[in-house]
Design a binder for this molecule. Structure first.
Ligand code: GN1
Ligand code: MG
Length: 363
């Protein structure tokens, strides 16, 4: 076992002796480890990517407020097994804060959720549960008294993402603009830019609210028990005020894609309408109570916006020379971009069917 990791984990008020620490999960941003102990709980140790999350104090403030609020609601509702239904972060022994820094990096520890499973893909039944769970998650946070901030300012602001792409193209820092395929992808994306920036326009016109959203509702950020019940939502770094489109759109971006987001077989990419229907049904059952008609009307737009935004983000990173997302090989971000562009087109073709389905729901 790595002595450094052991030393870092020991800064936190964990119970029991550490037996082993090994890598966990496949996030693209933070580094995650499982800390096995001889006590009642195991833990998750995470190095927070401080280049991306610049304000760790705010980040942990958001997470502490949100988890405490959900914990309180679960307790009031008479829930048992609360440590499997909301994450619990462990304070540092010396500072009492839920993060620790050695001046070299920022670290935090949470209780490992026992007997829980995450999946890279889901069937329609599980999608329906995910929809219900995310609608409930947003509803639970709708009356949070604390003020939460944006852990990455303008994280899902499409206008900003479009601007960043334009800047990347102009700077051409990695010399990749000379590739004919890069030019072709750019020409494919640009005509939709204005259409995709609709949310920001509605917001400026005062028609669209920001709510507390998770903002990284990839399917693998949801934990299930062995029977397929949703336990909790994980990866709370991007929990912040945003449009509901974030949670709705990002879930479908991963769950409704016929293949993984970095599958090079673009011809296999399609938008699964059965997943859309099941998720939307569940989501609206929990969220219809607080959503405005304009939000509901624009859910099909959200299903297109997120593959588009992700394509723009992967593409800008490729052009910049892979400075943001972890890559496993040099073309990784380009492969991801192609995949997300194909998904965007597939989603867009399904907009009339999505609208018809939402209109058919009675709830
Ligand atoms: C990042 O680290 P991970 O995989 O949970 C990213 C998301 C992207 C996603 C694409 C802070 O999330 O926004 O949708 O990769 N998180 C951040 O797979 O940028
Ligand atoms: Mg994740």
């Amino acid at each position: 076992m790595d002595q450094r990791a052991n030393n870092i984990a020991s800064q936190f008020d964990i119970q029991g002796n550490i037996l082993d620490i090994k890598p966990l999960g496949n996030g693209l941003i933070n580094d995650t480890f499982k800390v096995q102990t001889d006590g009642a709980d195991d833990y998750v140790l995470q190095r927070i990517n401080n280049a991306i999350f610049r304000d760790v104090e705010l980040l942990q403030h958001n997470i502490e407020c949100a988890t405490a609020h959900i914990r309180k609601k679960l307790a009031e509702a008479g829930e048992t097994d609360i440590d499997r239904k909301v994450l619990r972060f462990i304070p540092c022994k010396t500072t009492g804060k839920t993060y620790w820094t050695d001046g070299n990096g920022y670290w935090r520890v949470s209780v490992f959720v026992k007997d829980a499973f995450t999946y890279e893909t889901v069937n329609p039944e599980y999608s329906y549960y995910c929809g219900k769970a995310f609608g409930r998650f947003e509803a639970q946070l709708a009356d949070i008294p604390d003020k939460l901030g944006e852990t990455i300012p303008d994280f899902h602001n499409m206008e900003l993402r479009a601007r960043q792409l334009h800047e990347a193209v102009k700077a051409d820092a990695a010399g990749r603009m000379a590739q004919p395929e890069v030019q072709a992808i750019l020409a494919d994306l640009l005509p939709f830019e204005e259409e995709m920036c609709k949310a920001e326009r509605l917001y400026r016109e005062g028609k669209l609210p920001k709510r507390i959203c998770h903002c990284d509702t990839k399917v693998n950020n949801m934990m299930f028990d062995a029977e397929g019940n949703i336990l909790c939502v994980i990866d709370l770094d991007t929990l912040m005020p945003s449009f509901v489109f974030s949670d709705f759109g990002d879930f479908l971006r991963t769950a409704a894609n016929t293949v993984a987001e970095d599958d090079p077989a673009v011809e296999k990419v399609d938008f699964k309408m059965d997943i859309f229907e099941a998720f939307t049904k569940g989501y609206l059952e929990s969220a219809r109570v607080f959503l405005t008609p304009l939000e509901v009307e624009n859910l099909p737009y959200a299903a297109c916006l997120f593959p588009y935004m992700q394509a723009v983000r992967f593409f800008a990173d490729y052009i910049n020379g892979d400075t943001y997302y972890k890559v496993k090989y040099p073309e990784h971000n380009l492969v991801r971009t192609r995949n997300q562009v194909a998904l965007f087109h597939a989603a867009r073709r399904n907009v009339p069917a999505m609208k018809a389905f939402i209109a058919s729901l009675s709830c």
